[in-house]
Design a binder for this molecule. Structure first.
Ligand code: MN
Ligand code: MN
Length: 288
């Protein structure tokens, strides 16, 4: 009696497990590896050595499941935001548009709210884009936290910047996974109300430049070890104004130039020899 009960129980358990697996497995996409994963946002390095010590108010690390960032308390915005992008992050969650203060900031720090940019002439410019985090409502909502925003000129945000954001998802649809790091630096930009160095009563700094670095890898595992001297990297540095060109490709530069402008060490988890090669290169590949 006991053995047969055991066998029936085992059979039921196996069927339940099989059913569970079939339900959770991602639908295979023709031509793409069936195993896209969500990987660590700082797998290629922490560009500024940001830490979670709340006395580190100029370079404070906020590590979320959706992205990681370095926050500057007195600029009221991130220094940089870094995230992994693969098919595993993309789903059908709609754009939430629920801009909100970030409760993870240390107590007593200025917290930008959904209305802090109102009337400033600058867009609430996403660093990690809404459309890169559509796997769930929670993932999409995270991109609307104000710690993910920078005061960005409309013609930058809505034309040039969005163009590279869209191209990144095109690269993912072609079988790649990406590591994306972007940020803003410098003082003063020009929005629809003209030039400004700060908004929100001086609590949020307006940057002069918005930059982005994209590391392109075919889908796979052990990503940092696959960053070789022959992989594609894209770097852009754009002016934060209303007169920039719409084509993001015209702002391509080297990672070395962005490191020089920001003082960061990008891709620090990659060997020095590989960094020296890929960081000196200026991309000339397709832009759409
Ligand atoms: Mn991977
Ligand atoms: Mn570097």
């Amino acid at each position: 009696m006991k053995p047969s009960v055991f066998r029936i129980t085992s059979l039921v358990l196996l069927l339940a497990l099989a059913g569970g697996c079939a339900k959770d497995a991602p639908a295979p996409v023709p031509g793409l590896a069936p195993d896209a994963t969500r990987d660590g946002h700082l797998a290629l390095g922490n560009p500024s050595g940001a830490t979670t010590n709340p006395t580190n108010y100029t370079n404070y690390l906020l590590s979320k499941s959706q992205f990681a960032l370095s926050y500057h308390r007195d600029k009221g915005k991130p220094n940089w935001v870094s995230w992994h992008l693969s098919r595993a992050w993309l789903g059908s969650a709609p754009r939430q548009d629920n801009f909100a203060a970030d409760a993870e900031l240390p107590a007593g720090w200025f917290r930008a709210t959904s209305s802090s940019y109102t009337g400033s002439g600058f867009d609430r410019g996403h660093n990690c884009p809404s459309a890169d985090r559509t796997g769930s409502v929670a993932d999409n909502s995270a991109t609307f936290l104000m710690t993910n925003m920078m005061p960005q000129a409309a013609n930058n945000n809505q034309r040039t910047w969005v163009g590279l954001e869209n191209y990144c998802r095109t690269l993912v649809s072609q079988g790649n996974e990406l590591y994306i790091i972007c940020g803003s630096y410098g003082s003063g930009g020009t929005g629809t109300n003209g030039y400004a160095t700060t908004i929100a009563g001086g609590n949020i700094a307006v940057p002069s430049n918005c930059w982005k670095v994209v590391v392109v890898l075919p889908e796979g595992s052990a990503d940092a070890s696959r960053v070789t001297s022959s992989i594609r990297v894209i770097a852009i540095n754009t002016p934060n104004n209303q007169t920039l060109a719409a084509a993001w490709g015209s702002y391509r530069t080297s990672i070395d130039a962005i490191e020089a402008a920001t003082g960061y060490d990008l891709l620090s988890a990659v060997s020095s020899a590989v960094q020296a090669t890929i960081e000196a290169r200026v991309d000339d590949g397709p832009t759409s």
